[in-house]
Design a protein around this ligand. Sequence first.
Ligand code: ZN
Length: 244
Amino acid sequence: MKTRKLFNFSTLLFWRFIALLFYCFIILLFFSFAIRLHASGEKDKWVALTFDDGPHPFYTKKILEILTKYNATATFFLVGTQVRKYPELVKAIFAQGSEVGNHTYHHKRLIYLSDEEIKDEIEKNTTLLEKISRKKIKYLRPPGGRYYFKSLKGISNTTDLEVILWTINTDDIVQTSSQIWRKVKMASDGDIILMHSGVPQTIRTLPKMLEFFRKKGIHPVSVTRFKEEMARREFNSECGQVLR
Ligand SMILES: [Zn+2]
C-alpha cells in the first residue's frame, strides 16, 4: 500500500515536470517568433525602379504622377531620338525627384556596332541629356542589356558612365498586367526592376506594385538613391558594371 502511494506521488511529479517543460517550450517559441517578427518589420528594404525607352509623350507623365502619389522615385533610361522630341519630359523627371540615364541615341544594339559608332551613340545622348537637364549623366543601360565589356571599357575614359543592368526583368512589353505583377511581387531587398515607359499594362500595375512595396517596407527608389543605400549597408547587388 505504502509503495503504491509513493509510486503515485512520483508519477505526479513526473507529469508536472513534463507540463512545465511543455510550457517553457511554448513560451520560448512565442518569444523567438515575436523577436523575428520585430526584426523583419524594422529592417528597411530597397529596390531600384527603372523605366527604359522613354520619354513617352503620354505615359512618362503618368508614371511620374503615380510615383509622386506613393512618394517613390525611379531612373528613366532615355533614348536620344525621343529626348529630342520631348525635352520637357527630361526636366519633368528631375522635377519629380527621379533621374535619367543614357539608353543610347538610336536604341541600337551595341554588340553590332563598331567602337566608334558605340562612342557616338553614347556621347551624343549624354551631351543632349546634360544640355537639357544641366545635370551630370552617370548611368548607361545598353539596349537589350547587351554589350561587350571590352568595347565599353575602351571608351570609358570619355563616356565616364556606369552600366546599370537589372535583376528582375518584368518583360512588360509582351506580358499582361497579372504576369508583370507576378514577377514584381518576387522583388526583395537589393533588386533592380526593369520596366518600360510606353507600356499601358505597366501603368495599370504600377499603383498595385507601389502599394505592395509600402506594405512590405520596401522603398522603391532611383538608382542613385538605391546605390547610396546599398553602399551604406555594404550590400553587393551585382547588377552594375563600373567601367571607370
Ligand atoms: Zn530599350
